[in-house]
Design a protein around this ligand. Structure first.
Ligand code: H2U
Ligand code: ZN
Length: 344
C-alpha cells in the first residue's frame, strides 16, 4: 500500500477506532478561518490574573504567595464530592449521580512562562505535584479515576495564559479511558505484555514516527494519529501509573515534556496550543498490569500559527480524518531545532 498516494484507513488498537487518511488532499487551497497569533509580551506578574501568586480568585479566596507550583480546588468544579447518590434505570433513560473533585494546578508563579520555556527542574516539580495529586485523590474511596490534563491556548478553550493544568477525579471511569482500558486488558491477557510496550518496540525498530527519545521516554506521532501533529509520550519500560516512576524517570518525563513542547513552539514560531493529558491506571483499587502510562498531545494547528484543523462535517458524522500522514508530521517535528525559537 502506498501510504503517501492513496486514501486509506488506519486502526487505533488502543481505542478500536479508525481514522481516514487522505494524503493527496494536503495541497488543496485554503480560504477558511485564520486565528490571530496571540500577543506574546506578557508581564511576569499580572495583578488581574486569578492564577498569579497572592491574587484573589472569583470565589474571594486568595492564592498562596507560592514560589514553585500551586494547587487549589476549582471554584467552579464540574464534579463535587458531596453529590447525593442516585440512579435512573428506565430502559432507554439511564442516569447516575457522579461524585468527584476538580483541581487547578499552577505550573509556575511566573505569568509569562510556558512549559517549553521553563527550567527542567521546575517542570519536575509539576510532575511531582501530578504524582501527589494522583496518589491523594486516588486514595479516596469514591475516586476511581484521576484525569490530569492541560488545555493550552485560547483556541483550545484555555481561559488564562498563566501556565496551568487541571485534574478531574471522579467515581466512574470516563469513556476514553474505558476504551483504552478494555483494549489493553484484552491484549495483555492474550500476549502477557502491554499493548504499548509491543507497539513502542516496533516503532523504535521502524523509526518512521519517532520524534524524540531519552533514557526513559519516547515521543512519537502514533500510526493512527488524528490531529495533524498529534503525539504521544510513552515510557520504554512498563509503568502503569506516574507514582511508579523513579525520581530520575520523573526528571526524564519533565525533560521530554519540555523538549516536545519546544519542538511544537518551533513548528510555527508561536506558543503552540494543544490539549494534553495523562492516561494511566484507574484508581479503583484493582491491579492493572495491562495499563501502560502515556501522555497524549492533541494540537489543533494544521499549516500555520493561524490555520487549524476542524473536526466537523465528516468527522462529526462519520469518522476522524486527516490529510498529512503521521510519517510526514513526525518528519517535520523531527527536523525542528531542540532550542526554543525565542532563544535563537
Ligand atoms: P482552563 O484550563 O480551561 O483555563 O481552566 C481554568 C480553570 O480555572 C477553570 O476550570 C477555574 C475555572 O473554573 N477558575 C477558578 O477555579 N477560579 C477562578 O477564580 C477563575 C477560574
Ligand atoms: Zn498569572
Amino acid at each position: 500500500m502506498n501510504f503517501l498516494e492513496h486514501s486509506h484507513r488506519r486502526y487505533n488498537p488502543l481505542t478500536g477506532e479508525w481514522v481516514l487518511v487522505s494524503p493527496h488532499r494536503a495541497k488543496r487551497p485554503w480560504q477558511g478561518q485564520t486565528e490571530k497569533a496571540t500577543q506574546e509580551n506578557r508581564p511576569s506578574y499580572d495583578p488581574e490574573c486569578y492564577l498569579c501568586p497572592g491574587n484573589k480568585r472569583t470565589s474571594g479566596i486568595s492564592n498562596d504567595n507560592y514560589e514553585s507550583t500551586f494547587v487549589f480546588t476549582n471554584d467552579f468544579s464540574a464534579l463535587l464530592p458531596d453529590t447525593p447518590s442516585d440512579e435512573l434505570n428506565d430502559d432507554l433513560f439511564k442516569a447516575k449521580a457522579e461524585q468527584g473533585l476538580s483541581r487547578v494546578i499552577c505550573f509556575s508563579p511566573k505569568h509569562n512562562l510556558t512549559i517549553p520555556e521553563m527550567d527542567v527542574n521546575v517542570i519536575k516539580k509539576v510532575v511531582d505535584l501530578w504524582c501527589d495529586e494522583y496518589e491523594s485523590l486516588g486514595k479516596m474511596d469514591f475516586i476511581n479515576h484521576v484525569q490530569i490534563f492541560e488545555n493550552k491556548g485560547a483556541v483550545m478553550g484555555c481561559s488564562n495564559p498563566h501556565p496551568h493544568g487541571q485534574i478531574w477525579a471522579q467515581s466512574s471511569i470516563p469513556d476514553e479511558v474505558m476504551k483504552e482500558s478494555e483494549k489493553q486488558k484484552l491484549y495483555f491477557d492474550r500476549k502477557n505484555n502491554t499493548l504499548l510496550s509491543d507497539y513502542l518496540h516496533q516503532e523504535l525498530k521502524k523509526d518512521e514516527r519517532i520524534v524524540l527519545e531519552n533514557d526513559t521516554f519516547v515521543s512519537l506521532v502514533p500510526f493512527w494519529a488524528v490531529w495533524p501533529f498529534e503525539t504521544m509520550i510513552l515510557p520504554k519500560r512498563i509503568v502503569s501509573k506516574i507514582t511508579d516512576l523513579t525520581q530520575q524517570e520523573k526528571m526524564d518525563f519533565a525533560d521530554m515534556y519540555k523538549k516536545l513542547t519546544i519542538k511544537y513552539d518551533n513548528l510555527f514560531e508561536v506558543s503552540f496550543p494543544y490539549s494534553a493529558g495523562i492516561h494511566q491506571a484507574p484508581t479503583d483499587g484493582l491491579e492493572h498490569p495491562e495499563w501502560h502510562l502515556h501522555m497524549h498531545f492533541y494540537p489543533p494547528l494544521l499549516r500555520s500559527a493561524s490555520v487549524k484543523k476542524f473536526m466537523v462535517g465528516y468527522e462529526m458524522m462519520a469518522n476522524a480524518q486527516r490529510d498529512i500522514t503521521a510519517e510526514q508530521a513526525a518528519q517535520r517535528l523531527n527536523e525542528l531545532s531542540n532550542t526554543h525559537y525565542k532563544q535563537l
